[in-house]
Design a protein. Structure first.
Length: 665
């Protein structure tokens, strides 16, 4: 097995780190693991990053730059940069500081470097060598950050007064990311929520929802005002940012209404129309789906939102809770180009509608409607979803809670386990073919008193489960214990409350490891080893905010060891305590965590300063991970997972079968 590296914050001299060896004979240690894309005897063929299935299909991905980052630390300057999806296995890198090459030989075993002599004024360049085809290039020059986060200044909207005369303020909420202008660097798409945002189950007037776009240097590109006919709350506005037409520049799509104003001030529909009822709900008037130009925020196309709300009570209640439950996702339905999906309903009727962007216009691909497909498909959706090629035919499916919808819009299977709050999909058990799904369940009568299940993603077969007597609102999956092969899954069990530390921690094979569990919230690859860290918050109930935390699960004490408390920032969405965004945004393959500052005047993108001896291609060129980042902001946020097993004892993932958008590569 791989013990924690001495460069990892989790390593403490003198501590006895002990663990049983992995079952897999091909286990690799983190200290010597170099992922070059050379496929080994892969236990899960067909689930390679970026493509699962037919080798001839090449998925369109972003043409990214190296995203180099440097941070001033006590050890000097720590640097990191990307290895890209189409990089040759032989690629190497030189580090240049102030015009002087620091590396005698190209770096081929990592994408990090520590410069002990680096200072705050040092100027760095990363030189690529051995990539061929004219791709040996110099990165842009960059200088060290003074702290372990990149600060993006935000334009906080002005306070307002609601229709019923109550004042409200704004906070930066969820975010997503895409290359909006085609320069190879990501832009941030930031959603602003008013302080009177509401859950669908609660009445009340809300302020307008705003969506901004910012470059990494803080340049504001545009602001979209969704208007007073779009209610504010976690279930109303789902943002998709992706390059849907393949021109190398991403678009942004979301639900709109009369009064929505684009980045140039153009208004959709009737700007004077006001459909809010006495409870603050919007249950009449036209609804639209709009795709915006990512670089300018201007309208490209607007179509009626499908399905229409129709009779509100036909969705399960008469006051507007269930009718306005929206989800969205990105999927490669033809195996090569991304399509968008917007849905309505999951407690009762569920409808998914997919679109392609063709010549700037939204073209409907297919519709799945539980009213048409059968009553057994009602009530199976989650507050979130996963996207992956679960049947290994090269095309993506929507893991829509307890059922899965095939790439052609027909049901692939239905477990009939009912609604739930959290779902995770990846290759959690690499000894089994294909992917697995770990999900929690709300209805004990539907799930058979199973609070969480671990199932085969292709067939829906339940492999093991965690028992419960009540709604299980939290569950997570990831490799946090090196003594057991594959990933672990955990959830609150028995009759414990949703946020209890009492539950069951299970191995990928269904072995009970412990009845104490870490926080079942977000997970991130943060320190230098292959285990995933626990991302949560210290919740201040009086202030109603959470202070972000990063911890490592200690399998010996069955408790979490704090690695970092992120002061000066806050988490989003009350008790859920999630980052605005988690993704592989800067530097090497590990993930960055984006949190708003306490006063929402900046978005802080935190990056690890721990060197790592693991080399992986950027996770953003694995399309299971990339589409998971695209849907991360949707409803109840869930962390992204790649389409291959990433953890202790992992085998080398195959190179992704991808092509860069807007290029001939």
């Amino acid at each position: 097995m791989a013990y924690p590296s001495k460069c990892s914050p989790s390593f403490r001299p003198g501590r006895a780190w002990k663990a049983a060896p992995r079952a897999a004979a091909a286990s690799l240690t983190a200290a010597a693991l170099v992922f070059t894309g050379i496929p080994l005897a892969h236990a899960n063929p067909g689930t390679a990053p970026g493509q699962s299935g037919k080798a001839e299909l090449k998925r369109q991905v972003e043409n990214l730059d190296r995203a180099p980052v440097a941070v001033l630390t006590d050890q000097g300057v720590t640097l990191g940069w990307r290895m890209l999806g189409l990089d040759k296995d032989s690629i190497g890198f030189h580090v240049i500081r102030d015009g002087v090459q620091l590396t005698e030989e190209p770096i081929r075993n990592t994408t990090t470097y520590v410069d002990p002599a680096g200072t705050a004024t040092s100027r760095y360049v990363i030189k690529t060598v051995g990539n061929g085809n004219g791709q040996d290039k110099l990165s842009a020059e960059f200088t060290p950050l003074a702290q372990n986060f990149l600060s993006i200044k935000l334009d906080k909207p002005a306070d307002g007064v609601s229709k019923d005369g109550k004042p409200y303020t704004y906070t930066a909420n969820d975010a997503t990311v895409a290359d909006l202008d085609g320069d190879g660097s990501y832009e941030i798409i930031q959603l602003w929520n008013p302080s009177n945002a509401q859950d669908n189950s609660k009445s009340g007037f809300t302020g307008n929802v705003y969506v901004d776009a910012y470059k990494m240097d803080g340049t504001k590109l545009w602001r979209i005002d969704l208007g007073h006919n779009i209610r504010a709350g976690a279930h109303y506005t789902q943002m998709l940012a992706y390059d849907f037409d393949g021109d190398g520049k991403a678009e942004v799509s979301m639900k709109t209404a009369d009064g929505t104003k684009d980045g140039a001030g153009t208004v959709i529909g009737d700007p004077a129309a006001d459909y809010r009822n006495s409870g603050g709900y919007v249950l009449s008037g036209p609804e639209f789906l709009t795709v915006f130009n990512g670089a300018t925020g201007t309208i490209m196309d607007t179509v009626p939102y499908d399905p229409p709300r129709g009779n509100v009570s036909s969705w399960g209640d008469g006051y507007g809770n269930r009718v306005d439950r929206f989800l969205a996702g990105v999927a490669y339905l033809d195996g090569e180009k991304p399509s968008m999906m917007f849905s309505r309903g999951y407690y009762t009727r569920a409808v998914l509608v997919t679109y392609d962007l063709v010549d700037g216009k939204l073209v409907k691909r297919w519709t799945f409607d539980s009213d048409v497909s059968g009553a057994e498909y009602k009530g199976q959706g989650n507050h979130n979803l996963s996207v992956a090629d679960v049947d290994q035919d090269g095309k993506d499916e929507f893991v829509f809670g307890s059922m899965t919808i095939d790439d052609d819009g027909k049901a692939l299977y239905n477990t009939k386990l009912g609604h739930g709050d959290a779902i995770h999909t990846s290759d959690f058990d690499p000894s089994r073919p294909g992917l697995e799904v770990f999900a929690v369940h709300e209805s004990m009568s539907q799930s058979g008193n199973r609070g969480a299940t671990f199932r085969d993603a292709a067939t829906g077969e339940v492999i093991w489960s965690i028992p419960a007597l009540r709604d299980t609102g939290r569950g997570a999956a990831g490799d946090i214990d090196p003594r057991y092969a594959g990933a672990e899954g955990w959830a609150v069990g028995g009759d414990a409350s949703w946020n209890s530390p009492r539950g069951q921690l299970m191995s990928a094979k269904g072995e009970l490891i412990a009845e104490k569990i870490p926080a079942a919230n977000f997970l991130a690859w943060w320190d230098g080893d292959l285990l995933r860290e626990i991302v949560d918050h210290d919740f201040d109930a009086a202030a109603g905010v959470g202070v972000p935390t990063i911890s490592k699960w200690n399998w010996e004490t069955e408790s979490s060891d704090r690695l970092m408390t992120i002061t000066g920032a806050r988490t989003n969405n009350h008790t859920k305590g999630n980052p605005s965004l988690q993704a592989d945004l800067l530097g090497d393959w590990r993930e960055e965590l984006a949190f708003p500052s306490s006063d929402s005047t900046e978005l802080r993108i935190y990056t690890s300063t721990s060197p790592t001896e693991v080399r992986l291609r950027t996770l953003m060129h694995d399309t299971v991970y990339r589409t998971a980042v695209a849907r991360e902001n949707v409803a109840y946020n869930q962390p992204p997972h790649p389409g291959f097993f990433l953890g202790e004892g992992m085998e080398t993932p195959a190179a992704p079968s991808v092509k860069y958008a807007g290029t001939d590569k």
